[in-house]
Write a protein that binds this ligand. Structure first.
Ligand code: TYM
Length: 328
């Protein structure tokens, strides 16, 4: 049995990219592993958030995890800010992180580029992420392709800590899905689909209604060749839709290509839209049930308690290793 940890920011509505690249991978993992799934609200405040919206998004993300198939009897589902060990270890890891290596993170560069008043926390985001992972002696971190660099940094700081102080951290491996690790924007298919894209037509949100999904997919950017064929370089739009179709129907890319060998883009897009609606409908239904249920709070209370027990133990060891406090 391995230990798995992953986190999602409650920083907006979740996209099809979040679902395919991360969330949809989680339920199968909990069958044979000890899984921790976290709502990383402290990461979300590295950029400005509206207080009430954030509160709502935290609850909504918890319901989505459950609706996607996270079983609270098997996995620990919790909110980052309800386990103080995360920020405590995050601070300690900041002390062994270098400004230079943090400034090299592409996510930091993208989010700070051209902006005034960039928060210090946006720069120190990765040490907090490393703390999330290291607190649970995590073996495997399932994430989308865009988190590779953060995971590499996590491995580096874990090894740095182990060498400098005491060998207490497990150095985690990243797990990235073969198909769908980077779902692209429907409007600019060379850019990843993102929660924060200002163009609402660029992203499908997990909670979009069938009509919206259909409309967005029908207006997705393709090309003028008119042939449904996977070629990421020359046909990024069609390739992205093929990836989405293949994940939503559980068919290979090759099989999906064959299926549309004689179809035009109109017919192809309709099939992609139907497949996405079929994949998301049951999740949406369960989502609304969870949102209305009192059980959501019970799950999160229990999750925080279980997470704290493990996290506090690791924190105690890390403090002792660094010489903090009285070493109790
Ligand atoms: P976040 O909230 O941006 O995204 C959550 C997960 O969704 C994946 N993802 C995608 N996968 C495929 N295609 C896309 N277009 C796409 N967009 C997002 C992300 O890779 C991620 O797996 N830093 C993390 C949150 C985090 C975390 C952690 C993750 C904090 N602590 C510890 C793992 C372990 C983030 O911003 O994810």
């Amino acid at each position: 049995m391995k230990t798995i940890f992953s986190g999602i920011q409650p920083s907006g509505s979740l996209t099809l990219g979040n679902y395919i690249g991360a969330l949809s991978q989680f339920p199968a993992l909990q069958e044979e592993n000890q899984c921790y799934f976290c709502i990383v609200d402290e990461h979300a405040i590295t950029v400005p958030q509206d207080r009430l919206k954030l509160k709502q998004q935290i609850r909504s993300l918890a319901a989505l995890y459950l609706a996607a198939g996270i079983d609270p009897e098997k996995s620990v589902l919790f909110i980052q800010s309800e386990v103080p060990a995360h920020t405590q270890l995050g601070w300690m890891i900041q002390s062994i992180s270098y400004i230079g290596e943090l400034e090299r993170m592409t996510q930091y560069k993208d989010k700070s580029d051209g902006k005034d008043g960039v928060s210090a926390a946006l720069l120190t985001y990765p040490p907090l992420m490393a703390a999330d992972i290291l607190l649970y002696n995590t073996d495997i971190v399932p994430v989308g392709d865009d988190q590779k660099q953060h995971l590499e940094l996590t491995r580096n700081v874990a090894e740095r800590f182990n060498n400098r102080f005491n060998n207490i951290f497990t150095v985690p491996d990243i797990q990235i899905t073969k198909v769908g690790a980077r779902i692209m924007s429907l409007q600019e298919p060379t850019k990843k689909m993102s929660k924060s894209d200002a163009n609402l037509k660029a992203s499908i949100f997990i909670l979009d209604e069938p009509k919206q999904i259909e409309k967005k997919i029908k207006s997705a950017v393709t090309d003028s060749e008119g042939i449904v064929r996977y070629d990421k370089e020359n046909k990024p739009g069609v390739s992205n839709l093929l990836t989405i179709y293949s994940v939503a129907t559980n068919k290979t890319i090759e099989k999906s290509e064959q299926e549309f060998a004689d179809s035009g883009y109109g017919e192809f897009k309709q099939a992609v839209a139907d497949a996405v609606v079929n994949m998301l409908s049951p999740i949406q239904q369960r989502y609304y049930e969870w949102m209305e249920s009192d059980a959501l709070d019970e799950v999160l209370d229990k999750g925080a308690e279980r997470a704290q027990a493990v996290a506090n133990k690791t924190l105690r060891k890390a403090k002792k290793a660094m010489g903090l406090g009285r070493g109790k």
